[in-house]
Ligand binder design. Structure first.
Ligand SMILES: [Zn+2]
Length: 191
């Protein structure tokens, strides 16, 4: 079974290697990287995220690897963050974005989520998804980030699926940078 999958893959890789080797002289001069036009940078402040600080950082990196129209960065000292992340004893919840530069939404890393056994990075990525304008898409499978707790307590997938990525790209890729928060609804992720 594995062989049947691997053989076509190896053939494809060999063909690719051959193509690259053939094309090497033509591509010897390094090309400029494609410009990231209109990439929105949003600052997040995880200074009140307590034990979830590293989960929030990981979740921000997940988003940065998943979409190109918006980027999440730790807030530099003295600047105001667009996304505040606060740990508390409630359910994980967040204000619905898409938040714009200069606006502000809050994510609460409620401990009831991890107390119930859910993965902290998935929770953080899900709540940041709300900041970026994604609603809950429940019930849903583990492959969906916005399915939240309905993905199952054993689900540790922190990555948005193609549909969710495209939604965020649309939220930030259409030249709306600088506009105020379009929504501020509080979405509570209780079980
Ligand atoms: Zn949610």
């Amino acid at each position: 079974m594995l062989r049947r999958v691997l053989s076509p893959l190896l053939i494809a890789l060999s063909a690719l290697a051959l193509t690259l080797a053939t094309a090497a002289p033509a591509t010897a001069a390094p090309a400029d990287p494609p410009q990231q036009l209109r990439q929105t940078v949003l600052y997040y402040d995880a200074s009140q995220a307590a034990e979830y600080t590293s989960a929030v950082s990981s979740a921000a990196l997940v988003w940065n690897h998943s979409v190109t129209s918006v980027r999440l960065e730790p807030v530099p000292a003295g600047l105001r963050a667009e996304i505040r992340v606060v740990a508390d004893d409630g359910w994980p919840r967040a204000q619905l974005g898409p938040v714009r530069p200069g606006g502000q939404v809050t994510v609460w890393m409620g401990r009831q989520g991890t107390d119930a056994g859910h993965d902290a990075v998935r929770i953080a990525a899900h709540e940041l998804g709300h900041s970026l304008g994604l609603p809950d898409i429940k019930p849903g499978p583990c492959s969906s980030l916005m399915s939240g707790s309905t993905g199952g307590v054993s689900c540790t997938n922190p990555y948005p699926n193609a549909f969710e990525r495209a939604w965020v790209e649309a939220n930030y890729g259409s030249g709306l940078t600088g506009q105020p928060v379009s929504d501020g609804r509080l979405l509570v992720d209780s079980l």
